[in-house]
Design a protein around this ligand. Structure first.
Ligand code: NDP
Length: 614
């Protein structure tokens, strides 16, 4: 069997990533190791494609006879279309090829029926408007202010969106607005006659060890939480000192479950309050943008005020400490019920609303990774809510309860220095997340992962009950640290926080507005999707600087617990594993999304998380 099917220079049909569309491309090279072909589209875009994404031209004979356009920017279908009216038309002044001119003349004669809506992928060329400098992989002196390529996934965009795109890029359909109006009316006719076909996109590459791996994780994650909490309760929480199993009936108390439900629904009500701005998330694959109300910080302040009032009236918050395991069991039961609900409702969700990574068709896998991307009840976004509210704010409340329990049990007038550090560092982390709530909209959890057991359990059980392990540990295992040690740990936490925050803000600002003057000194590699990849600043230091900062902070949270036991270091050890795995997942997605541009980025920024180490 030949090792490669297509030769260099051969003109073939290449699938456009993320779509089912094939365009004429020329093979420029082949990577024997990665088994990837580098192909060049007619508009100059270069991408790395798998052999399975390439077809010979002969298999497209029928279609080609109806359409001669073969560039993503100038896609045509079996219906005739006035190319001059397409927003995908190259900007004025761009040279046309002879064949393009011929096509143009032919088109003039045809009846206009199809519009931009028929373009699942629309490529717009415009002079780079970014303040941010474009990095082309060459030495700085050779940089050119070339055009940047903006690709908008378009399946069925509302009129306004089309209008916005046209206005944003100053694209005129032909000569005047009258013609533009015609386009809109033609578009409506087209939509009415032929709705865009939905093509189910199945998840082929399974993560987390596939079906067996996800099944094991569904069992292992709750088991780990209970093991850690049982260990923490022991006087000697050494690894080899396995804790005795508690009686089953001691794990459940109706009152505790009631308090948990009250907490969850109180947070839900706070999230629905009409305070705080409403922002749009990143475009979905359909081009639609969901709206999110940003009021996490208000919810936090109101919760803090309510807790203050309860404490004033002598409410015993340390009740949480004495019933910690029961609270964890309640949260786990709730998250399981929620995951079942999410899976059942996802079965009725339209195909385009399913998560790119959770649509394998295997029940256990989709149940774990999350089948639906953004499950909503009306405007209430379940995933977005769970990511930042009940678990994250709950974590701070648990820490406070541990602080009060420590003072009560050890008869202290002020909490220990270790407890103060752990509480303060983690409070900073949570407040930061709520303060920068908008930034979560560009994270993998929101844009890629569905909402299933993984995130439901992670948000509602893992975060509040495992991340508070240091505070829980300190109640039963008092640890004394000196002021200089406390100062050194604080400096470490501040360094981690600084890296974490500035890296996240840099990427978030760049994604939201690449032309932001604050980012003027940064360079980026343009990609075929229109998004750039930063190669200077934090993202030129390592490929995941935000993970580096997060890990440094995780270490600073464990150090106040001393070195008697490894248990309080569980968080930092687990977190390194989590972020290394997450980084690998993200790299894989980015390679698929950005192809050669990602490879260039990796060459330019060789280290993933730890400079000179990994
Ligand atoms: P990131 O915020 O790191 O986002 C990764 C995405 O950033 C990529 O998919 C890509 O998306 C974009 N990107 C990658 N490289 C570049 C570049 N050079 N220039 C511009 N954009 C780039 O992902 P996470 O969601 O994993 O993490 C968000 C934060 O949450 C991190 O700080 C992490 O530490 C933290 N976190 C905390 C956890 C916890 O339990 N405490 C758990 C997980 C994460 P695209 O190009 O599509 O925009």
């Amino acid at each position: 069997m030949p090792s490669r099917k297509f030769a260099d220079g051969e003109v073939v049909m290449g699938r456009w990533p993320g779509s089912v569309l094939y365009y004429e491309v020329q093979v420029t090279s082949y990577d024997d190791v990665a088994h990837l072909y580098t192909v060049k589209y007619k508009d100059g875009t270069e991408l790395a494609l798998k052999e399975s994404d390439i077809r010979s031209q002969s298999s497209f004979k029928h279609r080609k006879s109806q359409s001669s356009s073969s560039s993503p920017s100038r896609r045509s279908s079996s219906r005739s279309r006035s190319r001059s009216r397409s927003p995908g038309r190259p900007a004025k002044g761009r040279r046309r090829s002879a064949s393009q001119s011929r096509e143009h003349k032919d088109d003039k004669k045809k009846t206009v029926q199809e519009t931009s809506l028929a373009l699942p992928v629309l490529v717009l060329f415009k002079p780079s408007e970014n303040n941010t400098k474009r990095y082309n992989g060459e030495p700085e002196s050779t940089e050119k202010n070339a055009t940047s390529c903006i690709i908008l996934e378009q399946k069925l965009k509302p009129d306004l969106e089309i209008k916005r795109v046209l206005e944003q890029y100053s694209l005129r359909s032909r000569k005047d607005d009258k013609k533009k109006e015609e386009i809109y009316s033609e578009k409506k006719t087209f939509v009415a006659v032929k709705p865009v076909e939905k093509v189910p996109a199945k998840t082929k590459e399974l993560e987390f060890g596939g079906r067996i791996g996800t099944f094991m994780l569904i069992l292992l994650l709750p088991a780990t939480v209970f093991y850690l909490l049982l260990m923490c309760k022991q006087d000697d929480p050494s690894l080899l000192n396995f804790p005795p199993l508690p009686a089953l009936e001691s794990l459940w108390e109706g009152r505790v479950f009631g308090i948990f439900l009250l907490w969850f629904f109180l947070q839900a009500v706070l999230s629905l309050l009409p305070i705080g701005k409403v922002v749009e998330g990143l475009p979905l694959s359909s081009g639609r943008k969901l709206q999110y109300r940003i009021n996490g910080l208000y919810a936090f302040i109101l919760t803090a005020a309510a807790i203050g009032v309860l404490l004033y009236f002598q409410f015993e918050l340390h009740y949480l400490y004495y019933h910690f395991m029961q609270f964890a069991v309640s949260a786990a039961a709730f998250s399981l019920a929620l995951s079942i609900y999410l899976y059942v409702r996802s079965l009725k969700a339209p195909e385009e609303e399913l998560a790119p990574g959770g649509n394998s068709g295997y029940f256990i896998y989709d149940f774990f990774t999350g089948h639906e991307l953004n499950p909503r009840i009306g405007s209430f976004d379940l995933k977005y809510f769970c990511e930042l509210r009940p678990g994250l704010i709950g974590w701070v409340v648990i820490n406070l309860a541990m602080l009060l329990a420590e003072m009560k049990i050890h008869n202290l007038s002020v909490p220990s220095l270790s407890m103060i550090l752990v509480n303060s560092f983690q409070l900073l982390y949570v407040v930061d997340a709520l303060w920068n709530e908008e930034a979560i909209l560009t994270t993998m959890d929101i844009t890629h992962d569905g909402f299933g057991f993984m995130l439901a359990f992670g948000d509602l059980v893992w975060v509040p009950f495992v991340y508070s392990l240091q505070a829980y540990y300190l109640v039963g295992h008092p640890t004394t640290i000196t002021w200089p040690v406390a100062a050194a740990i604080t400096v470490l936490n501040c360094i981690g926080y600084y890296i974490f925050r500035s890296a996240n803000s840099q990427k978030n600002n760049f994604r939201r507005n690449p032309a932001d003057p604050k980012l003027a000194n940064l360079k980026f590699i343009p990609t075929a999707t229109g998004k750039g990849l930063l190669v200077t600043g934090w993202w030129g230091f390592v490929r995941h600087p935000n993970y580096l900062g997060d890990i440094i902070m995780a270490l600073a949270w464990s150090l106040p617990c001393g070195f008697n036991h490894i248990l309080p270091y569980f968080y930092v050890i687990y977190f390194i594993c989590l972020l290394v795995h997450r980084e690998a997942r993200d790299e894989h997605h980015c390679k698929q999304k950005y192809g050669l541009a990602w490879e260039r980025y990796c060459q330019r920024v060789p280290y993933r998380i730890f400079p000179y180490i990994y």
